[in-house]
Design a protein around this ligand. Sequence first.
Ligand code: 3EB
Length: 317
Amino acid sequence: MSGLRLAYAPADRLPFAGAGEALLGVIGYGVWPGGLEPSALPRADIPLQALGGPAFLEAWYAPGPVEYGEVGGIRYALNGELLFGRVRVDAAEPDAAAQGAYRRIVALARALGYPTLVRMWNYLPDINREQFGLERYRRFCVGRYQAFAEAGSALGEDLPAASAIGSGRDDLWVVFLAGKGGATQIENPRQISAYRYPPVYGPRSPSFSRAMVFGRTLFISGTASIVGHKTVHPGDLLGQCRTTLANLRAILARAGADDLARLGDAATWKVYLRHPGDYGAVRDALVDALHPASPVLYLAGDICRGDLLVEIEGVVR
Ligand code: 3EB
């Protein structure tokens, strides 16, 4: 079931909850989502610039009643089926930051009875900067892998969908959705599973799935211009857009979902651009591929391979 709903709105105008719905959490891009009730509501402040419009909020609604809580810096909301939460940790050492954050999230999700991690959003400062000979994203992957390994995860068949984007100055933010019941992991036949990437991409492979189906919702991971395990069309923005769209279509087909162009308002997309100046060209490249009723939020953010210019994630109901 789930009845989960995602809405984007200008920062000064939160959308209305539908009948029987309650807020699970709110994420502000470049704006603190303040002035909201209840005060215990999980909120995240992701310092990414929204492109082509005012600052934006992302609001997650689910059938109520919703209970809110906080344990060890993780603020959460739950409704008997879903657990939504967020944590912020100092990211000076990305491996330790990721390991600590993921350890605590896994422990909390299990303790509350929502053991299935469905979707993770990771926002890491200076994601492409090299530190002690290793890119900060790769250090993040080491810590995340370690936490999942400790938790007894199979590191393949039970990994959440995810995005990992460069953002901010000091803190790693992890926003997550977990479920009580099981979820179905989807991989992309055009791409090697990220958890099987060869060691050339870092000492520990990235622990995420290409998509997860939970209830009636399909969560599509950040998807980019990668075929097999290689970046294709480096330096070619439109080539990267085409390949990314082909990857999204492959994931939708695997999940038995409708085609990209036919999803209408059942789909909600988020597009991350390394160069804010690419906004117009990317919007033009996507306008015919995506349904005009599908909300799209464009954000300026670094992508976790230095040669990737664009990444697209989605939620399909
Ligand atoms: C890729 O496909 C592009 O490490 O959590 C996309 C989504 C990417 C999630 C992650 C990384 C992550 O490898 C990068």
